[in-house]
Design a binder for this molecule. Structure first.
Ligand SMILES: NC(=O)c1ccc[n+]([C@@H]2O[C@H](COP(=O)([O-])OP(=O)(O)OC[C@H]3O[C@@H](n4cnc5c(N)ncnc54)[C@H](OP(=O)(O)O)[C@@H]3O)[C@@H](O)[C@H]2O)c1
Length: 304
């Protein structure tokens, strides 16, 4: 499946007149990582959708179609991202590609504390299925650790019933890492989702080593610091040695740093613009930094 998608992507992107760097990137091999609990492989760069709304539906359809053509498959949404689930569901149905994508969503416990959550538990999950226009989601995650103990029996039941394939929990706050580590020790999780970037390396001290030890897959959220890290990066010139890891932009530099951590399965940068998505998908191609290159990247970043 990935091979076919990658080939189609190269042809399509070229015809659409993408920048030369992006076109060249698409000729390079796709980087995939295994989910430890099953061995299933995922492309190492996906898509975050918390800014997706109805008004941008046409642009989002173009963006998701392009991601699939370029070999990407992981889409992260949430019951709490406003119109996001509905837009993702409608777009996947319109494109007829639901079966080729790995769809992750989130919920909180009924009466959850998470800001803005109107429903939780099973009613939230049923609404997610309806909005996503699907009979099962690939990954169901407890959003911001809100109700992990309450939700775990429901999630295990949904997994046994085949309504979800994988169980996960998420945070995007360093202050929650200690709690996340506790849940990782207590429950048989398939996935965690955590904040990590070259400018925010705390997860490398706690969540990521434990994920390796316990064979839990890792999605990385906010790899661009909600946009602020990439803005900061763009005030500097990309070092010439970035070419040694097939990096042609700051977005790719930041993403290759993240996905080259051995515990990381897939990064989910948020983008509402197709040109950003094409740039980011370029990071899922070619050479990955080794340990020495990762140190060089950190030193370069720290010496700004
Ligand atoms: N607790 C949780 O579970 C949690 C919390 C936060 C986020 N998340 C998930 O993680 C995803 C990613 O986080 P995020 O979207 O908040 O932050 P992010 O990925 O760190 O940054 C997104 C920002 O970067 C910009 N961008 C993307 N690609 C770019 C590129 N190649 N060049 C320049 N700018 C680029 C986007 O612009 P455009 O929109 O203009 O393209 C957007 O402003 C979310 O969408 C969500 O799915 C989960």
């Amino acid at each position: 499946m990935l091979g076919r998608a990658a080939t189609a992507g190269a042809a399509d992107a070229g015809a659409a007149g993408d920048a030369g760097g992006a076109r060249r990137a698409q000729q390079l091999p796709l980087i995939t990582k295994a989910i430890p609990s099953t061995g299933e492989r995922l492309p190492a760069v996906g898509l975050g959708t918390d800014k997706f709304g109805n008004s941008e539906r046409a642009a989002i359809q173009d963006e998701i179609a392009r991601m699939q053509q370029l070999g990407g498959s992981v889409i992260d949404t949430s019951a709490d991202y406003g119109e996001s689930e509905g837009v993702v569901g409608d777009v996947l149905a319109a494109l007829g590609i639901r079966g080729r994508m790995f769809v992750a969503t989130k919920l909180v416990a009924s009466g959850g504390r998470f800001f803005g959550a109107d429903i939780g538990g099973r009613p939230s999950f049923e609404r997610s299925l309806a909005r996503l226009r699907t009979r099962r989601v690939d990954l169901l995650q407890v959003h911001n650790l809100d109700g992990v103990d309450t939700l775990m029996p429901l999630m295990q039941q949904l997994k046994r019933a085949g309504q979800i394939r994988y169980i996960g929990i998420t945070t995007s706050e360093v202050d929650q890492h200690a709690d996340m580590v506790g849940y990782m020790r207590r429950y048989p999780l398939d996935f965690v989702q955590v904040d990590y970037s070259i400018a925010n390396r705390a997860a490398a001290m706690d969540v990521l080593p434990l994920a390796r030890e316990r064979r839990i897959a890792v999605l990385i959220n906010v790899p661009f610091g909600y946009g602020s890290t990439i803005e900061q990066a763009e005030s500097r010139r990309l070092p010439a040695w970035a070419a040694d890891i097939d990096v042609t932009s700051w977005g790719q530099f930041l993403l290759k740093y993240v996905i080259s951590h051995p515990a990381v399965t897939c990064a989910i940068p948020g983008s509402t613009q197709t040109r950003h998505l094409v740039d980011n998908q370029g990071a899922a191609r070619g050479r990955l930094p080794d340990a020495a290159m990762r140190r060089r990247m950190e030193q370069f970043w720290d010496n700004a």
